[in-house]
Structures are given as C-alpha cells and as structure tokens.
Design a protein around this ligand. Structure first.
Ligand code: GLA
Length: 396
C-alpha cells in the first residue's frame, strides 16, 4: 500500500477508493528555454506527490497533507486562496480550471503525501497539480480537448478509467500551467507538467516546446545525483516573471515570435536594440537552445564526457547571463567539478536557490555523494544530503 493510502486511512478512518501519483522532474539541460518555444532534456524521477481520495456527498472537499498540519475544507464550486494553507492553492487552482472548462465534480476527501523535497527545483508544485487533475479524472472521468471537453472515457469492467492519450496529456499539462498562471501567479512554462506526465523509466525526454513534441531516448547508465543547496527557492518571490518578461521583450524587439527563431549572429548584431538585461537573457536562451541540440547529439553518440561539458557550460550561462544562480549553487557546481567521477553539473529548474543536477560515473556515485556532503558543509556551513535519483514513468 502506498504511504498516502495509510495516511488517508488514519485521517478518514477507511481506505481510499482512488490513489494517484505524479513524479517530480529534473531538467537535465535547457534552462528557461521552455517558455521561449525552445528545447529541454528532462527526466521524471522517483520522488512523488501521491494523492488518495474517496468521494463524498456533502459537496465539500477536504484535504490533509503529511507535510502540513491542519485540514483544508472548502466547497466543490468555490475555490478561494487561504493564506494559512498556500500548499492547497495548487489543488484549488487545478479544480478551478477544471470547473471553468465544464468538468463536473462533486466533493471528495483527499490526503496528499510528498517525497519531492520542497523548494529544491524538482517541481513538487507541478506534481501536485498533475496529481490533482488525474485524481479528479478517476473520480469523475473527463477528457480534455484543445477547446473544451470530449466524451468522457468509460471505465473498463474492473472500473478502471483508461490512461489519458498523448493529446489529452498535453491538454492536462496546459490546464495545470493555467492553474499556476492564474491562481498562483507565476508565469511558468510547460516543462514541469509535461515532464511529470510524459516521463518514461530509464529515458530522457527531448521536449520541443514549439512543436510540442516529446521524444524519448535511452538515458545512459550514469548516476543522476541532486544536491540541494538548502537555499529556499521560490519562483513567485524571486523574479521568474521578470526573466520571462525580458526574454519576451527581446523577442518582440527583434521581430520574432519567440527566441526560438533567433540565432546568435542576429542577436549579437542587434544588441543595440535591446536593454542590457534583455540582451543577457536572450543570449542565454539562444545559446542554451543550441547547446541542447549539441547535447542531444553527444548523448546519441554515447559521448558522456562531452555531454557533461554542456552541463557545465549551461550553468555558467545561467550564472553569468540569466543571473538566476546563487553563490551556494555555484559552490556546489565547483565542488562537483573537483570530483574525478563527475561528468557534468549545473543548476536545475527555475534557479534563485534550489538544487544542482550532477551526472556522475555510476560506480563512484557513493564516493561523490560523500564528497559533496563533506565539502559543501566545510565551505558553506550548510548541509546537503545528495539524492541519487532513478528515472521513472510519468504520472498515473
Ligand atoms: C521552472 C518552471 C519551468 C521552467 C524552469 C526553468 O521549473 O516551472 O517552466 O521555466 O523553471 O527551465
């Protein structure tokens, strides 16, 4: 039994009827390229948001979480923020979007349990959004289209609702993004939601955000290790929207739909049209997209060493041009670089704190993890507990 089912039983005195789980994601390469119609290599990893639920007939939704005390109760057609329970905003935001699109649902009791470290840039919030959307789909089957709803999928003889199709998953990802834009107020791209929904065990997702395609390539057997800086990462407070505005402002001044259609030569020749910040952000994005193209090739050719170099270059570009790194992340990357088994290291996700992702020779992973824990504490006074991640299937 998943832990969340036990938590549910403890709170609501009976086993749940439905259980879902959505994995967190790691951005392997492609920092802040998603909302610029760019390219990202991403992994779904074995840290999850799990939700367990049972329908109820008093029109109320009651949520409990293993990470926060108290319970959050609200009516199934009235979704207001409660400043005392901001974690529930991600659930309410998705419910509000479903409601707006005409998805009909009644009350339910639900427990939430997470193993994704919060604030580490591994997208616990997107996983909670995706888990909510899938949970409601189990409680009250629905199928989203681009513009509305298709006939609901029919449960099979055992009562199981078929998994969402590829197109439905894309629409679910967009709905979850809309929840984040409109309810939470951060203008994120689609990376986190797509990664949580489309992940495949032992594979890297090559995501093209202009074509909205996800290709899967086998991920080499090197170790993926996350080192959390311990610096709280908060997209709302720390200027994510400002980066996006600069990127979009640059594209507009260059007469492009997005930075995806700008090349480095054009960008450098047009420097005088842009503010310094616009230029720096655009420089990062345009070169990062190119790096993803080269890195995908390096991985296909099994050149892990070269792939790792692109990771280091990506970090430097985020640090120097996008300026979304912090000294603790830079330190983690430098400490990683000193270990002989480290192929590449970079900040992952939104930045402004959070974690680094490290590609490490598999047989030396334990030694690398001990090195990072020891050296980071020695140099910064902060503790880090490196996490070895397995690449897993997407949400279900
Ligand atoms: C956050 C956002 C994503 C993406 C990354 C940076 O995780 O939610 O959409 O922009 O930052 O690549």
């Amino acid at each position: 039994m998943l832990e969340v089912a036990q938590i549910f039983k403890r709170h609501f005195n009976s086993p749940p009827v439905h259980v879902v789980r959505a994995p967190g994601r790691l951005e392997l390469l492609g920092n802040h390229t998603d909302y610029n119609d760019g390219l990202v290599m991403a992994l779904a990893v074995d840290k999850y948001i799990e939700m367990a639920a049972t329908p109820r007939n008093d029109g109320k939704i009651e949520l409990v979480s293993s990470s926060f005390s108290g319970k959050e109760i609200f009516s199934a057609n009235d979704f207001k923020k409660n400043p005392a329970a901001p974690w529930a905003d991600y659930v309410k935001g998705v419910l509000a979007q479903l409601h707006q699109r005409g998805v009909h649902f009644n009350g339910f009791s639900a427990a939430v349990h997470g193993t994704i470290p919060m604030g580490a840039g591994m997208s616990s919030s997107a996983a909670l959004e995706v888990a909510t959307a899938l949970l409601v789909r189990k409680l009250h089957p629905y199928a989203l289209t681009e513009i509305g709803l298709a006939p609901a999928p029919q449960p099979n003889a055992k009562g199981a609702v078929p998994s969402p199709t590829h197109a439905e998953k894309l629409n679910l990802a967009k709905l979850c993004r809309a929840a984040e834009h409109e309810f939470v107020g951060v203008k994120v791209g689609l990376l986190d939601q797509i990664s949580s929904l489309f992940g495949k065990a032992s594979h890297v997702m090559d995501i093209d955000f202009r074509a909205l395609t996800v290709e899967l390539s086998p991920m080499p057997g090197e170790a993926i290790i996350v080192c959390n800086s311990g610096v709280k990462h908060s997209l709302v407070e720390d200027g994510y929207n400002e980066l996006r505005e600069n990127c979009e402002g640059a594209a507009k001044k260059l007469g492009a739909t997005s930075l995806r259609s700008v090349d480095l030569k054009t960008l450098t020749a047009s420097k005088s049209k842009l503010t310094d910040r616009e230029y720096q952000c655009a420089y990062h994005v345009v070169s990062e997209i190119q790096r993803v193209v080269f890195a995908e090739r390096a991985l296909r050719e099994d050149d892990h060493q070269q792939f790792g170099q692109y990771m280091f270059q990506s970090h430097e570009s985020s640090r120097d041009f996008l300026k979304n790194s912090v000294p603790e992340l830079d330190l983690l990357v430098e400490l990683a670089r000193k270990h002989p088994a480290c192929l590449g290291a970079r900040l992952t996700g939104g930045g402004f704190g959070g974690a680094t992702i490290n590609l490490v020779r598999h047989h030396q992973a334990p030694d690398f993890m001990a090195h990072m824990a020891r050296e980071y504490e020695k140099s910064s006074g902060h503790k880090t507990q490196p996490i070895l991640c397995q690449i897993v299937d997407g949400a279900a």
